[in-house]
Design a protein around this ligand. Sequence first.
Ligand SMILES: Nc1ncnc2c1ncn2[C@@H]1O[C@H](COP(=O)(O)OP(=O)(O)OP(=O)(O)O)[C@@H](O)[C@H]1O
Length: 285
Amino acid sequence: MHFEVSARQSGIASAPLSPQVSCTGERLLSVTGLEAAYGDRRVLKGLDFSLHAGEMVAIIGRSGAGKSTLLHVMNGSVPASGGEIRYHAEGGGERDILGANARQWRDWRSECGMIFQDFCLVPRLDVMTNVLLGRLHHTSSLKSFFKIFSTSDRARAVALLEWLGMLPKALQRAENLSGGQMQRVAICRALMQQPRLLLADEPVASLDPRNTQRIMEALRQISHEGIGVMVNLHSIELVKQYCTRAIGLSQGEILFDGKPDHIDEPLLQQLYGDERDGDDRDTLH
Ligand SMILES: Nc1ncnc2c1ncn2[C@@H]1O[C@H](COP(=O)(O)OP(=O)(O)OP(=O)(O)O)[C@@H](O)[C@H]1O
């Protein structure tokens, strides 16, 4: 079953997901020569690509290719060892995120939401508070600690939860939700930041088919709002169904950057090789 929600139903019309951004396809990021390593082991080897508002870009490649590392370098939780990530600020001006000081990193993180395979919610807090925690980057930490959020923050949280069908669960503890419900809450939390970019690290890896469709549909709608979405995926079927572009990584290098329709058998063989033999093959098509 497909999850379909109109802009009116979603509350997007009354509470834009990202009011700073219009869906004009302007450039958000220019990545050049990006390198990352764990100790002596080079994991990202000179990546070059750009990202635009409204794109939904899949990162694909076999296990260990460097997909998660790329997203974590982009949000600053793993350090880069070389290269540049130039952020094109709204209204002009650009800066290299990798050369940012602590305050600039905090600013960047508020522009760059992230969701994870294991959701990363605070289990004992209720859904509403988990979502409001997404405002941490915009609110003083003391205020957040005492859970003092503004009326407009609360209104936005309500609109987002309603959009993803989670408002009835707003007062439940996060630990009592199903995986699909947790991921919807995690998306709401990320959108509370009003990001220009959303990074999703295998967001559907642990979900059943129905919840997978719901989450992918939500990500697509978010990209239609003008937010740049980058999503690590293992299913090529989902990439072709939902994404506007795919970047194929192999051993930390970009092997492909183009339209999902252009992903063909020889490329899949290059990207996945033996990993596609046996059971894995079914999950890739
Ligand atoms: N914290 C770490 N310390 C050391 N090596 C790591 C660390 N995280 C990842 N690696 C290694 O870096 C390489 C890239 O890992 P990464 O998780 O980015 O790959 P991936 O493409 O996301 O894989 P998967 O699809 O299995 O999640 C792998 O060889 C992995 O073992």
